[in-house]
Design a protein around this ligand. Structure first.
Ligand SMILES: Cc1cc2nc3c(=O)[nH]c(=O)nc-3n(C[C@H](O)[C@H](O)[C@H](O)COP(=O)(O)OP(=O)(O)OC[C@H]3O[C@@H](n4cnc5c(N)ncnc54)[C@H](O)[C@@H]3O)c2cc1C
Length: 563
């Protein structure tokens, strides 16, 4: 089938839903496509909270400055100003829609401390903030009646001469491929955590939208900037929110020493994530870890506070690591969490392709620069989701008809994808499985593109990727059925992830300095003279092209960064 809408949003996490609601409010025919039922999107997993300078004595300038400093001066300050200025209204809008934010003793919206923030400005719902936001946003989506294509897997964009005209996707329940034409497509496909193993991310976070946009000709930016979160559980890599440290938990090494006082004497455990992750990894590397971990100690917070405000992490630590955090410190270590990089957009979500917009974790505006501050990402989704929805609507309203041409292109794209998937299903079994290739990619990405990097390791990863890419051309789809063929979608996801792994490896090798989450042991200093600039990648069949663009600085000149 070929469907048609004015605006098509891909992704039903917070960014996608916010974009769709905005398009609906602007009177445009909008639909949303999601490979999982909307409330299962990874936004659901967010624990700690959402930032806004709403409290007494707080200012958007302070939030903006903290974000710029957190980004190690790589964030674009025009975008950061928008984020910080629009945050209070965005959080209040969520509250008015029905988010039951936790409150303080006086009954006001409560805040908690978060890393890299000069004051407590993180609003939260216990440690299930994302779930609360996502459910409320979904109610709004249902209320306004946006058309949803749930459990549809988008495989590619319909693109012609640099203009995007829709998508091709598979209805996972029937295995049927369809095309959806649109005047504007908004990608809100979330993160790429599964390029790394282990990761705090859901299994669905395979970077599909980033890779699809990249293959269609849109640029990726800041891909070397990958965030490792300081408190992830040994083994599973599950996240224990920064909110725990915000509530007063601290980190200890094997000698019982609160080591953060050496690395960040002022902010201690609440320095920014890159700083804390580096400190932990240094302790572990220098022999003061315990079984490749350090300890997160919550005991002094007391059972009452833990159960009231950190109930979910109490359960996670108990179930996944067998540790009751009321009684014992829990082993944690830096684990892959979040890409600061993504599809390059302007402040209205516009990518480098006409008709294509992006928002949320898959996009790079860039507000997070070299390192994202905790609780700025949920904020990013609602602010830039809304803006992308508005810009896509404006395009849809002014788009010419071009209907005949559009449907011809849709038919061609649909046929191409049908043939491509057929060929995948027809591959013989020669011993390669997607899960195995993915695992080899993931563990090596953590090994060579981890908290610390150097030329030798990154070069080694480059060579490994050649062999993984080669193996991926032979992976077998054992399930030949049509209904819920997750074997087939996992092969498509593997291809997306390999493109992104290559983008990370290549840009990390290119940036010969240390900034934010990108620490090169062979280039340990930040080098503003040469590297106060973004790296952008453009796909080309003979290998990615590298471009450089300046960082936008409005009011905060780069300074030495310490916490
Ligand atoms: C464990 C965890 C805790 C976090 N805690 C916080 C926090 O406390 N505060 C904070 O600010 N940030 C937090 N973050 C980050 C934040 O939650 C995310 O960055 C944000 O929610 C991403 O929202 P999104 O809308 O961009 O994407 P997601 O919510 O990930 O949604 C992506 C959507 O894209 C769809 N999709 C993907 N690929 C396809 C495809 N091929 N076809 C069709 N649909 C597709 C999916 O179905 C899904 O609906 C956390 C992240 C994790 C992993």
């Amino acid at each position: 089938m070929i469907y048609k809408h004015g605006v098509l949003v891909v992704g039903a996490g917070l960014a996608g839903m916010r974009a769709a609601i905005e398009a609906h409010n602007q009177g445009v025919d909008v639909a949303i496509v999601s490979k999982v039922y909307p409330v299962r999107s990874h936004s659901n997993a967010a624990q700690g909270g959402i930032n806004a300078a709403l409290g007494e004595g707080d200012t958007w300038e302070s939030h903006g400055y903290d974000t710029v400093k957190g980004s190690d001066y790589l964030g674009d300050q025009d975008a950061i100003e928008i984020l910080a200025r629009e945050a209070p209204a965005a959080v209040l809008e969520l509250e008015h829609w029905g988010v039951n934010f936790s409150r303080d003793e006086a009954g006001h919206l409560g805040t908690r401390n978060f890393g890299g923030a000069s004051q407590a400005r993180t609003f939260f719902v216990a440690d299930i903030t994302g779930q609360a936001l996502l459910q409320v946003m979904f109610e709004q989506l249902v209320r306004v009646g946006v058309r949803m294509y749930n459990e549809w897997f988008v495989t590619s964009l319909i693109e012609d001469g640099g203009v995007v005209r829709g998508i091709v996707g598979m209805d996972i329940r029937s295995g049927q491929l369809h095309a959806i034409q649109a005047d504007a497509v908004v990608l809100a496909t979330g993160g790429m955590g599964r390029v790394f193993e282990p990761s705090t991310n859901a299994l669905i976070n395979t970077g599909d939208g980033m890779a699809i946009a990249y293959r269609a000709g849109a640029r990726l930016m800041d891909m070397e900037m990958m965030q490792y979160h300081p408190t992830t559980l040994k083994g599973s890599g599950a996240l224990l929110t920064e909110g725990a440290r915000g509530e007063g938990a601290y980190l200890l090494n094997s000698e019982g020493d609160r080591f953060m006082k050496t690395y960040a004497p002022n902010k201690l455990e609440l320095a920014s994530r890159d700083v804390v992750s580096r400190a932990e990894q240094t302790e572990i590397n220098e022999g003061r870890g315990i079984d490749n971990c350090v300890l997160l100690d919550c005991r002094h917070l007391g059972k009452d506070l833990i159960m009231r405000k950190l109930g979910q992490i109490h359960e996670l630590a108990l179930e996944l690591a067998g540790v009751d955090i009321v009684e014992r410190p829990v082993p944690v270590r830096p684990g892959f969490h979040y890409p600061m990089g993504g599809i390059k957009t302007d402040v209205d979500g516009k990518t480098t392709l006409e008709g294509l917009y992006a928002a949320g974790e898959c996009a790079c505006v860039s507000i997070h620069g070299g390192n994202r501050l905790g609780a700025n990402s949920l904020l990013d989704t609602v602010i830039f989701g809304r803006r992308a929805g508005a810009a896509a609507s404006a395009r849809s309203r002014t788009a010419g008809s071009g209907a005949a041409e559009g449907s011809r292109l849709a038919e061609v794209a649909l046929q191409q994808e049908t043939d491509r998937l057929r060929a995948l299903l027809d591959r013989p079994y020669v011993g390669e499985l997607a899960a195995k290739v993915r695992w080899d990619m993931g563990v090596n990405m953590v090994k060579y593109c981890g908290v610390f990097r150097d030329e030798a390791g990154l070069t080694e990863m480059g060579n490994l990727l050649h062999s993984l890419e080669d193996r991926a051309t032979r992976v077998h789809v054992g399930d030949k059925g049509r209904v819920f063929n997750t074997n087939l979608t996992s092969v498509l996801e593997l291809q997306f992830m390999l493109d992104l792994a290559r983008a990370v490896q290549l840009t990390a090798l290119t940036r010969t300095e240390s900034r934010g989450a990108h620490t090169r042991t062979d280039y340990p200093e930040r080098d503003d003279e040469h590297w106060l600039r973004h790296i952008q990648l453009q796909y080309a069949s003979e290998g990615p092209e590298i471009h450089y663009t300046p960082v936008t600085i409005t009011r905060w000149e780069p300074q030495v960064r310490s916490y």
